[in-house]
Design a protein around this ligand. Structure first.
Ligand code: NAD
Ligand code: DAU
Length: 328
């Protein structure tokens, strides 16, 4: 099987390539990535050939899709805070880029797996007994999540109106190696490694539902192998934690007092809580997470950032300067 991986030089895409190399030696991979600020060619190493290009480049996308049996579409602008300061690349890449891929898979009759987020469902109250499921109505809050919601709806419409073969997944917050230092967990780990303090938005009590990136990617493969076209599958591993609890665990692991953090300006429109019910993926496709122990996964991730300073160091100062400008 020839698989085109968009966004394969980013966090989840690079881990997807490595996972696939280890577990699916029969698969031939090509990565299409624009190598934006969020990517790092070294995450990918020589695990797959890389074509540098934009998913909105119709001619390039048409050629690469035409040479593939399956497209796994990770490429996106992904950081909520950036979408608040400049939504424009989010609309371009997440909406127009996905449209460009859809038109190419339609022309060539190639299957698509579209990778999306639980943020399309909006947020939950802290005490809400419900979790997100495949039937939860879309209610996105941020420019990022609204452009991801738009891309999901385009995929669904192309299945229904044009009969393309496509599956969708909406996953909760990923953690693991090769995640950019702008994101919550790597930012706090590298702050402490740098002798600084973690920064918690607002009251620090927002909840995220953490999943190891390899479990996300094994879920994507379960859907590629056994999912039905037109269907959406939620991927989550029952990893709900408050942001404060995550920061306390990082501080403990790095030998600091667990209250050595700062509360900073809240994110405008900050979603309060995400929580995924992944019953459909587990019961229909038989998926189970391999890393359900968040505390153990967090420790391993802290060790990875400790041992791979050369990977994250080049991005750190500029990322912190951007946060400092907005009081975060
Ligand atoms: P990331 O920001 O780490 O990587 C995104 C990659 O896409 C980068 O390599 C970047 O260069 C590339 N890219 C951006 N614009 C492009 C363009 N126009 N053309 C080609 N390549 C482009 O993102 P990530 O965290 O790895 O997320 C990957 C996907 O998974 C996204 O679609 C995201 O919405 C989804 N997702 C992420 C999470 C999470 O917790 N990180 C959870 C659920 C779903
Ligand atoms: O739920 C899936 C989504 O998870 C993905 O679709 C997004 O691409 C991904 O970035 C992530 O979105 P979040 O906004 O949840 O992730 P982020 O790492 O930006 O923040 C996680 C939580 O931590 C959130 O409540 C905001 C908070 N936060 C974040 C940063 C960077 C802080 O308290 N301090 C910080 O410094």
């Amino acid at each position: 099987m020839r698989v085109l991986v968009t966004g394969g030089a980013g966090f989840i895409g690079a881990n997807f390539v490595h996972w696939t190399r280890s577990n699916r030696p029969d698969v031939e991979l090509t990565v299409l990535d624009a190598l934006t600020y969020a990517s790092d060619g070294s995450s990918l190493g020589d695990a797959a050939p890389l074509v540098r290009g934009d998913i909105s480049d119709a001619a390039l996308v048409d050629r690469l899709v035409g040479e593939s049996d399956l497209v796994v579409h990770f490429a996106a602008e992904t950081h909520n805070d950036n979408s608040l300061s400049d939504p424009s690349p989010f609309v371009q890449t997440n909406v127009v880029g996905t449209f460009t891929i859809l038109e190419a898979v339609r022309r060539h009759g190639v299957r698509l797996h579209h990778v999306s987020t639980d943020e399309v469902y909006g947020d939950l109250e802290l005490d809400d007994p419900e979790r997100f499921s495949e039937t939860t109505p879309y209610n996105p809050s941020s420019p990022y999540s609204s452009t991801k919601a738009a891309s999901d709806l385009l995929v669904r419409a192309w299945v229904r109106s044009f009969g393309i073969t496509a599956t969708l997944s909406n996953c909760s917050n990923n953690y693991g190696p090769y995640q950019h230092v702008e994101k919550f967990i790597p930012r706090q780990i590298t702050n402490v490694l740098d002798g600084g303090r973690p920064k918690l938005y607002g009251d620090g009590l927002n909840v995220r539902d953490w999943i190891h990136v390899d479990d996300h990617n094994s879920g994507v493969w379960a859907i590629i192998d056994k999912g039905r076209s037109g269907e959406t599958y939620l991927i989550g591993a029952d990893g709900e934690e408050t942001n404060r609890a995550v920061v306390e665990a990082i501080l403990r692991e790095l030998g600091q007092p667990e209250d050595a953090y700062d509360l900073v300006r809240d994110r405008p429109g900050h979603d309060r809580r995400y929580a995924i019910d992944s019953t459909k993926l587990r019961t229909e496709l038989g998926w189970v997470p391999e890393y359900p122990d968040f505390a153990a996964g967090l420790k391993a991730t802290i060790a990875w950032y400790r041992e791979n300073e050369a990977w994250w160091r080049p991005q750190k100062a500029a990322t912190e300067a951007k946060y400092a400008k907005v009081g975060q």
